[in-house]
Design a protein around this ligand. Structure first.
Ligand SMILES: Cc1cc2nc3c(=O)[nH]c(=O)nc-3n(C[C@H](O)[C@H](O)[C@H](O)COP(=O)(O)OP(=O)(O)OC[C@H]3O[C@@H](n4cnc5c(N)ncnc54)[C@H](O)[C@@H]3O)c2cc1C
Length: 380
């Protein structure tokens, strides 16, 4: 698998996927045929997470090929992401609590042999070891493999979900505070309280096309329990009424200014913000840092082609320019944490899709799903 860090590649992959594989997506999407055969899914998440292409571009492209009914599953999956993002935006403490728990658990487990074997892919479970290798080599795992991985980590290897979520964030090219934290919480059974996801031998065999054998798992573990509950807050995501000509800060979740809702506004200068490991609690792998840097450079190149004045700066440097800048909203995660901890006064610009969809993220996904046709008609 090779994720070329450019918008041109993202668009090419999207076009190929829609043309050749979208028709079979709902039938084949759950199969993990291995890293050499990924055509049954889009593999676009590393690009979407960085805003290289948008959810709406995917949806529009899919609807240019097939009807809504035929595309329903694909559109639902794309909007799962929007739902998770909105769910966390309404409950940002879930992320803060996660990081605080992680710091403590890291200490408790730093010499734990079971943990070390797991992160080095040296357990007795062959498929799990294979996925650890794949995660580090390809920086991507199939959705079903992520579910199996997390379930084995929590219920068979008996390790805290917080550490597993950290391993994913460290390596996944699509690592995202919302999709990842909530994905792990969901497997553990604390996102939908009492409903854990248990990986099983038959399911792994069937959906990996019998690529693995000897899969002895704990298939009957009870759900994890968390005493914490999080009520949805009534946060507002409003854009400024009167735009002034200021700078614009772009973080690593919005790296396609030219397709953003704000591409018609005039900014003094665009600053592309690079967040290396100095300001992160979860330290990213070198490959992932490099991937992000290349995506930022690719955005800079595209801005230059349009004669838009831009500069790449480090996150720590925004302390000097924050009051004279708008920022494309970075969403809950380590960039926003830096801004909040340093009390920086950046006026955020919110995407229309997020402003519209996040109001429906106060309950579960099944409730959110009812609003999908409304979201589609509003934006298509
Ligand atoms: C434990 C766990 C951790 C995860 N961590 C992340 C993460 O850090 N970042 C991330 O983007 N996704 C995460 N996911 C969700 C999902 O696994 C990936 O989005 C998906 O595998 C990406 O592959 P794809 O682009 O080929 O997806 P496709 O099947 O082609 O789907 C198209 C797009 O829809 C979105 N999508 C699909 N499934 C999901 C889902 N279950 N949740 C949210 N969005 C979805 C993605 O943006 C994806 O690119 C996680 C899932 C689990 C179970």
């Amino acid at each position: 698998m090779n994720f070329v860090p450019s918008r041109a590649s993202a668009i090419e992959n999207l076009n190929k996927f829609v043309e050749n594989n979208l028709s079979d997506y709902s039938r084949l999407r759950n199969f993990d045929f291995g890293p050499k055969n990924r055509s049954n899914i889009s593999c676009l998440s590393p690009y979407i997470t960085h805003g290289i292409i948008s959810e709406l571009e995917l949806i529009k492209k899919s609807l240019s090929k097939f009807s809504f009914l035929k595309n329903e599953k694909f559109i639902q999956e794309v909007l799962w992401r929007t739902y998770w993002k909105g769910w966390l935006e309404l409950r940002p403490n879930v992320w803060t609590d996660y990081l605080n728990e992680l710091k403590k658990i890291r200490e408790d487990f730093k010499d734990n042999a079971n943990y070390k074997n797991a992160i080095e892919g040296k357990t007795d479970i062959e498929c799990f070891n294979q996925w650890v290798k794949e995660l580090k080599e390809n920086n991507y795992l199939h959705n079903h493999a992520r579910m199996w991985f997390a379930s084995i980590w929590i219920f068979t290897l008996d390790l805290p979900w917080q550490l597993g979520a950290e391993v994913f964030m460290k390596h996944l090219y699509d690592g995202d505070a919302a999709a990842n934290t909530l994905g792990w919480r969901w497997v553990a059974g604390i996102q939908t309280q009492g409903k854990n996801y248990l990986a099983s031998e038959w399911n792994i065999k069937k959906f990996t096309n019998n690529r693995f054998s000897n899969i002895k798992l704990n298939e009957n573990a009870p759900s994890k329990i968390s005493s914490k509950t999080y009520a949805a807050s009534k946060l507002e995501f409003n854009n400024p009424q009167n735009f002034k000509e200021k700078n614009l800060l772009i973080f690593d979740n919005s790296l396609s200014f030219e397709i953003s809702d704000f591409n018609n506004l005039k900014f003094k200068k665009i600053f592309l913000i690079s967040n290396k490991n100095e300001n992160r609690i979860i330290k990213l792998s070198e490959k992932l840092i490099k991937f992000k840097s290349k995506l930022i450079e690719d955005q800079k190149k595209r801005l230059e082609e349009k004669s838009i004045n831009s500069e790449i700066i480090d996150l720590s440097e925004i302390q000097n320019i924050n009051e004279s800048s708008y920022g494309l909203y970075p969403t809950v995660g380590e960039n926003l944490d830096f801004i909040n901890i340093n009390d920086l006064k950046i006026e955020f610009l919110y995407r229309k899709l997020d402003q519209f969809s996040w109001q429906y993220c106060n309950k579960g996904f099944f409730n959110f799903k009812n609003y999908i046709p409304k979201i589609i008609t509003t934006f298509n």
